[in-house]
Ligand binder design. Sequence first.
Ligand code: SAM
Length: 327
Amino acid sequence: MMPKLIDKFNREINYLRLSVTEHCNYRCFYCRDDEHTPNCKRQDILSYENIEKIIQIFAELGITKVRLTGGEPLLRRGIVKIAKLISRIDGIADVPLSTNAHLLEKFAKKLYQNGVNRVNISIDSLIHERFEKITRGGDLTEVIKGIDAAIQVGMSPIKINTVVMRGVNDDEIESMVDFAIIKGIDVRFIETMPIGSVGIEALEQHISEEDILAKINKHLDNKLISIDSSKTDGPAHNFKIKGTNSTVGIISAVSNHFCQTCNRVRLTAKGELILCLGQEDAISLKDAVCSDLTDDEIKNMILMQLTKNQRSTNLILLLIILATDKW
Ligand code: SAM
């Protein structure tokens, strides 16, 4: 029996974020530069067979959850086939999706039928013009159709993720909560991280968890009830909204980083394994599965990389240092 994926700080890794494409149909200003076009040709990206083989290997190393992400995962040709082949792999119990939902109306049913039971949807504004501005061309009407389709087919939970930015959309915290309650879904507010095109400016847009909660509590007349974090999955602090089917989550990645409980690694669309967002050191699992290495040799390669690689214990500090170029 192969050892599990455990890093130097004794953190067990059971969660893989699989980027199925680098392309995105939105250009959220805090995520991508306006002119950013991925330099990724079809032959560079993982094939269905590569994905199946790599996920099988990870499942044998203890990965149980594989999130489909991107870029925008619904742009990947064969996304339903990918969901199907991953969800059938022994040991993979959970295949959630992260999407901007622009194309979700078209795919919700097929994805649900092929193992995607739950979805996180990014939505940073409920005001059409503002949404279009933040996403640089996105269409809120399509996104809401996508959310409704996910509800209709029975995906659960459905979480809307809002990156909160001071002076950009912080006046919509209350309306996002109302929207979630009306739809019977969950909402999570995420602090802007100093990654992507926003860099260090993220810190100027920062709003604390305390301020977000104060706004919501005032709006809802103190109806938030804290949920014991041992009963939830992931880094959010979660609250039930009394008298509704909805929860509110706050992901304070900057003010209260959660590296100590990090259980995830990332696989890029080109098949590079990234053990920590703060590390550029990656190994190509595409090359490995296309070579004549045996599965056990590939597993050993992954385990060795984990031993060698410093997974950060304070990613945000590291990102700030990199972004300010002080060291
Ligand atoms: N296209 C998919 C989506 O919209 O969910 C998946 C990829 S997108 C990069 C994943 C998530 O990262 C989105 O919720 C997005 O808002 C978030 N994100 C991107 N840049 C961020 C930043 N600088 N700080 C916080 N969240 C960010």
